[in-house]
Design a protein around this ligand. Structure first.
Ligand code: ZN
Length: 151
């Protein structure tokens, strides 16, 4: 926002604006927008450059050539973006199938583990049965003959 050069208060709205087009020494053309501002505090009028942009003169043929180049580059960019999209979809699919494969692996391992555990369980059950029905396991304590070796 421009400030008044006299009292330094800010002035928001210009009284009017107009464009100025000015060729520069380097071949560039500068397009200014100048505004006239009126300070309500000290009643001063002052000009202020609102906008400024550099322009360049260019042959129409060259400009069209540039447009064509931009179009071609844009086409390549769109094709690349499509490719990226496709690759991302493929990646997602591969990741999904990897997860599935890992789960299948785990399921297979679990199956093996379960069958092993079942076998262990069966063995334990038969052992328990045997222990329950076996004749008393009391070891007949035979009278120990005391062997007193007296010399
Ligand atoms: Zn002022």
């Amino acid at each position: 926002m421009p400030t008044c050069p006299t009292c330094h208060s800010k002035v928001s709205e210009p009284l009017r604006t107009w464009p100025i087009v000015e060729p520069q020494k380097n071949g560039e053309i500068v397009d200014f927008t100048v505004g006239i501002y009126w300070c309500t505090k000290c009643n001063a009028n002052f000009p202020f450059v609102v906008g400024r942009r550099g322009l360049k003169l260019i042959e129409t043929d060259k400009l069209e050539e540039l447009h064509d180049k931009i179009k071609a580059v844009d086409k390549v960019k769109q094709e690349l973006m499509k490719k990226v999209d496709r690759l991302e979809q493929e990646k997602a699919m591969v990741e999904e199938s990897l997860v599935l494969a890992r789960l299948e692996d785990r399921a297979e391992n679990l199956k093996v583990e379960i069958s092993l555990l079942k076998e262990v369980k069966r063995e334990l059950e038969s052992m328990i049965k045997y222990l329950e029905h076996a004749p008393s396991l009391k070891v007949a304590t035979s009278e120990q003959k005391s062997i007193n070796r007296s010399v």
